[in-house]
Design a protein around this ligand. Structure first.
Ligand code: URA
Length: 225
């Protein structure tokens, strides 16, 4: 049993080091580097996006482009700081030309995210966009219908509030979407206050999927802090 935050952080750093040389799927041949995730290794709130883009692949950090900047500023608006959360993706490596992840890639990569969730012990996992939401919820319903409504899901070994949000890239394209993302983010502090949901409420279908991580040893390499 990993009981202290420091033990969990150290284990997350070890997982981070393992992930950096991952060759479990073909994305290992096209990536520049693994984008494990980054942020507070003891965060109550995790964000999970789809997959690294070109800039993330270059820097080794998640959400470093324009959508990441928007996410950071919206977090500040609701009294949350990027340093206090952990941000990861369902895939740790960039798909070539930003194509959609394949089912094989998501299944192969899922254990990294489960390790992250197990070690970080978040209360809320906020999914960014359709892809991450469908994958982690196990429900194909589109983001427009499910956004801003917490769901109870078991991701790996941990039952959390899964909280679907619009992807910040979509918010950059439409001010109406940005307003809804801002509105949904504003609900996060109250959801965090509720603490963990009861494990028994999680649908069985959601117990089989998901993924993401970060360990703060090196700012350029991502990881937990
Ligand atoms: N979009 C994502 O889903 N993840 C990133 O890390 C960057 C952009």
């Amino acid at each position: 049993m990993l009981d202290t935050a420091e033990q969990r952080r150290q284990r997350l750093v070890e997982v981070f080091q393992d992930a950096r040389t991952c060759s479990r799927c073909d994305l290992s041949r096209s990536r520049t580097q693994v984008v494990f995730g980054a942020g507070n290794a003891d965060a109550d709130l995790m964000f999970v996006g789809e997959a690294p883009g070109a800039e993330e692949d270059r820097q080794g950090l998640p959400f470093v482009g324009r959508s990441g900047a928007l996410l950071s500023s919206m977090l500040e608006e609701v009294g949350l700081s990027r340093d206090g959360v952990f941000i990861a993706n369902t895939l740790k490596c960039r798909p070539p030309a930003n194509r959609d992840p394949t089912a094989t890639e998501t299944e192969t990569c899922r254990p990294w995210l489960h390790d992250q969730i197990r070690l970080i012990e978040p209360i809320v996992v906020a999914t960014l966009g359709n892809f991450a939401t469908r994958l982690l919820s196990g429900d194909p319903t589109g983001i427009t219908k499910v956004r801003g409504v917490p769901q109870v899901r078991t991701l790996g070994s941990r039952t959390v509030w899964l909280f679907p949000l619009f992807h910040p890239a979509a918010a950059l394209r439409a001010t109406g979407t940005a307003d809804l993302l801002r509105q949904d983010l504003a609900a996060l502090p109250a959801l965090l206050e509720r603490g963990l949901p009861a494990p028994t409420a999680a649908p069985a279908a959601a117990r089989t999927g998901d993924g993401a991580h970060g360990a703060g040893t090196s700012p350029r390499g991502g990881g937990p802090t």
